[in-house]
Design a binder for this molecule. Structure first.
Ligand code: SF4
Ligand code: SF4
Length: 117
């Protein structure tokens, strides 16, 4: 079980959740952040701090919602090679030490950018 970051984070990335995660398991892509499904301890602190309600406990996800696709996508972020990398990230053991990954999954990269108002 883990919390999952959905589409509302894309192009927002204010990182409030990162500051509140006690085990540093929220990793930064290019346009979205990703919670490590194996490192997350289900404390819920990140969900309470997100200003756009992008974070959901996986048990509460509606299987029909677009955000449900981001659960499998978070696993893909860590366990499949990302563009520009020859091997998966797997369990990096901390987002601060790893630093920004700088790339996204194909699912997130394909989401149209929001036009600035
Ligand atoms: S639920 Fe807790 S451990 Fe999991 S990502 Fe959020 S703040 Fe970190
Ligand atoms: S707090 Fe919400 S919008 Fe901000 S980076 Fe985290 S998931 Fe994304």
């Amino acid at each position: 079980m883990a919390y999952v970051i959905g589409e509302a984070c894309v192009d927002v990335m204010d990182r409030s959740c990162v500051d509140d995660c006690p085990i540093d398991c929220i990793y930064t892509g290019e346009r979205k952040l990703y919670i490590h499904p194996e490192e997350c301890i289900d404390c819920g602190a990140c969900a309470r701090s997100c200003p756009v309600d992008a974070i959901t406990w996986d048990r509460d996800l509606d299987p029909a919602s677009p955000d449900s696709t981001h659960l499998a996508d978070a696993t893909a972020f860590f366990y499949q090679p990302l563009p520009g990398r020859s091997s998966p990230l797997r369990e990096p053991g901390g987002a601060a030490d790893l630093g920004p990954v700088g790339t996204d999954t194909a699912l997130v990269a394909a989401i149209p950018r929001q036009e600035a108002e």
